[in-house]
Ligand binder design. Structure first.
Ligand code: UGY
Ligand code: MN
Length: 250
């Protein structure tokens, strides 16, 4: 019981920090035997949705509805991707899958599982076919130094191809390592702290953040991070990419 109703969660016009103490569960359309926590959505001004899916063993998820794409990231458990409804890739912790619009792909949890999900309306590019579905494990990737800093390493989980209108990355910072400058950019972010802790600057505020926290950054939200503590800080994040900002506002 939080007698004095104090919590680190904050929602503003250009950013939000939502911490696990504030999470509220709800059902997720298309997901069976699954509880959701919808964290970021168009209701706060975002152009995408980020949610947690907490699946029982045997729980299933139908493909996203027409025109939407989805990226899942397995936080714990074991999930099977069944394209065309035949057995295929099994994902464990650190596994991810990209489901394009109109993907005929069902997910099934083999064990109790927890997923982070990003979802948005796919913005087509004239003359370019949408990407095919794909899956992998984060562990298969080598983090690349970010702007030359070997202590800040970035894994880009999806290919750098024009057909993708979103990126999903994993960023790892050694303690004491910071983003090299305060970023201000047109892209929007949704972020989940996977490990560790630090300070996030969002707009004109500085927030302590730790594992499990979720952050929304609207386009042009000034942003900066420094990792603190004894362990590396690691976060998963989404951004919109590769589209003309005049045309990509559904
Ligand atoms: O990709 C990015 O814009 C990234 N450097 N932003 C961030 O970590 N807040
Ligand atoms: Mn950024």
């Amino acid at each position: 019981m939080n007698l004095f109703a104090s919590v680190r969660s904050v929602v503003t016009g250009n950013h939000a920090l939502i911490v696990p103490e504030s999470f509220v569960r709800s059902s997720l359309p298309g997901w069976e035997r699954t509880e959701g926590v919808i964290l970021i959505s168009p209701r706060m001004g975002a152009r995408f949705t980020q949610y947690l899916a907490i699946m029982d063993a045997g729980a299933t998820a139908e493909p996203p509805s027409a025109g939407r794409e989805r990226v899942i990231f397995v936080l714990e458990g074991e999930v099977e991707c069944r394209p065309g409804r035949s057995p295929d890739r099994v994902l464990t912790t650190g596994g991810f899958a990209y489901l394009p619009p109109a993907a005929d792909l069902v997910l099934q949890a083999r064990k109790p599982s927890r997923l982070n999900v990003f979802e948005k309306v796919y913005v087509a590019l004239a003359g370019v076919a949408p990407p095919a579905w794909r899956a992998g494990q984060e562990q298969e990737f080598t983090g690349q130094p970010f702007l030359g800093d070997p202590d800040a390493r970035l894994k880009t989980l999806l290919p750098d191809e024009r057909s993708f209108d979103l990126a999903v990355n994993v960023f790892t910072f050694r303690p004491g390592t910071a983003l090299p400058f305060v970023e201000v950019h047109v892209m929007e972010h949704g972020l989940l702290m996977l490990d560790g802790s630090g300070i996030y600057r969002l707009g004109e505020s500085w927030y302590p953040v730790r594992q499990g926290d979720v952050i929304w950054m609207a386009p042009y939200c000034p942003q900066w991070f420094v990792a603190m503590g004894k362990e590396p800080a690691r976060y998963l994040y989404y951004k919109d990419i590769n589209r003309d900002p005049l045309l990509s506002c559904p």
